[in-house]
Ligand binder design. Sequence first.
Ligand code: 5GP
Length: 142
Amino acid sequence: MPAYDPNNIFAKILRGELPCHKVYEDDRAFAFLDIMPRAPGHTLVLPKSAARNILDVDADDLGHVHKVAQKIAKAAMSVFDADGITIQQFNESAGGQVVFHLHVHVIPRKEGVSMKPPASEKEKPEVLSAHALKLAAALKDA
Ligand code: 5GP
């Protein structure tokens, strides 16, 4: 497996070198909205540690990322009036991974509504901003 590349786009977001619509942060995890959401509220949860994917991440960091994903899933159910949540996490190109810093997708779902195809449409910044604010507020109260 290739080494972790500190110049991947999510590493740059974590270092504050690129913008994002942040929804949650603690000492070990960071979460922001996917720029091309497959459904409204599509969130990515990352460990702060330099991990390419499930194959090299520290097990405790992986566990923490999933704890945060659960928190976000519960908040997203009410914020986005969802009927369910899809969790996805891809590993290496063959596994569907495109950005090589571990991330868990938390995708609110509505009954009978299909997800958009991956990376199909960039959401308007004002929509992402409004969604991030609502989700962050719900997470503060959680
Ligand atoms: P994966 O690596 O799990 O296949 O997918 C990477 C995800 O990152 C995709 O869902 C894509 O829409 C999202 N993405 C790609 N570039 C950016 C970006 O610059 N900012 C944000 N917030 N999401 C991105």
